[in-house]
Design a binder for this molecule. Structure first.
Ligand code: ZN
Length: 135
């Protein structure tokens, strides 16, 4: 079951500059920086009340974030939903006819197992499903 929005991912071209910008906007600095090498991204996280914002900067030219910014410019990249059981949710949504970028869950930032639905099956929005890792 999808429980809530876990975070909103925003693609930025310069993480350092954007960390300063969002610190001004929120009045609070980011609480975490993390490199996700498998995705070719550097991330930072802000907590706004109960809402988490993830900034993503590409670390390689082949990174999905580099390609996104090239095509669309900076902006909202994905919406991540928290799920209890990622594998059963992948099965449920597959049965419902959704398409995935890859059905093989992988490690995401912030201690999560993650999986992305293909935007062509979700009205153009890249949807991330994430499950808190217990181990
Ligand atoms: Zn994310």
């Amino acid at each position: 079951m999808i429980k809530k929005i876990e975070h909103i991912g925003i693609a930025v071209s310069n993480l350092e500059n954007s960390n300063l910008l969002f610190k001004k906007l929120f009045g609070e600095p980011h609480y975490k920086l993390e490199n996700v090498e498998s995705e070719g991204v550097s991330t930072s996280f802000f907590m706004i009340g109960e809402t988490k914002i993830e900034l993503l900067e590409a670390t390689t030219p082949n990174s999905p974030i580099a390609k996104f910014i090239e095509k669309k410019g900076e902006g909202i990249h994905h919406i991540a939903y928290a799920v209890d059981d990622l594998d059963s949710e992948i099965n449920r949504l597959t049965t419902e006819g959704f398409e995935f970028i890859s059905k093989q869950p992988k490690d995401g930032a912030d201690n999560k197992r993650i999986c992305f639905l293909h935007p062509k099956s979700t009205n153009g929005i890249l949807v991330e499903l994430c499950e808190e890792k217990t181990k």
